[in-house]
Design a binder for this molecule. Sequence first.
Ligand code: GUN
Length: 290
Amino acid sequence: MELIDGKKTAQAIRDEIAERVNEIKSKNGKIPHLAVILVGEDGGSQTYVASKVKSCGEVGFQSTKIEYPDSITEKELLDKIVEINQNDDIDGLLVQLPLPKHISETKVLEAISPDKDVDGFHPVSMGRMVAGMPTFLPATPAGIVELLSRYGIETNGKHCVVLGRSHIVGTPVSLLLSRKAKTGNCTVTICHSRTKDIKKFTLQADIIIAAMGVPEFLKADMVKEGVVVIDVGTSRVPDSSKKSGWGLKGDVDFENVAPKCSFITPVPGGVGPMTIAMLLKNTLLAVENR
Ligand code: GUN
């Protein structure tokens, strides 16, 4: 069993980005600039946004964090997005999800200019991805593909079972892995909350992407020997050994599944760091596209 080290891989990508930032800076003085909007007090979102902002600094990007209370109106948020769309100094913009219930996620995502849509969640970005055209790929699915590629894991002709059909992970990663591409050409099965007998499918899988958000869902008796397991879960569970009082749990019963795997990602330190690395890559792409 080989552990897939997302932290180390993400650092390698960040080093590559930092090098490119230096080249761009010395050529035209431009510093890539990412704006991040955070609404409300969700602990997970606050942690993610803090990591995104910190990572920007580490690769030489400028970042602007804009925070709003839960009480912000949809119109105020949409007005801010329009303002950032028109601000030539800002290259990329993301609004951290989830949003409070009174704000339409669809309206917010549609308001972001596709040129600055570094999350790849705008329908134009998604449509371009489906059509196989160059675009901003959503960061977590792109990070998964990058991990498989950098670890030399064969995907051609393999059966990949994706657990979860979210717009952020399950649906796009299914598309990317079934594409005609070097890290692609998989036969993909998507399982979700209405799938009958998920175990029947996971037992046939060469690669499993677990992205349901159910802690330790995937058990050892659900996988075959030699499987590749990518764990996208990041549920917060109480943990008295941690100063914060909580720890992160993936969707995989790591202790019992890992011995059966050829490759597996840990939580934390697997897919998570890759998501941020790919967001930075998209921000660099936004600069280069301009
Ligand atoms: N919430 C969970 N994952 C993401 C992400 O990749 N981008 C944004 N904007 N919000 C998220």
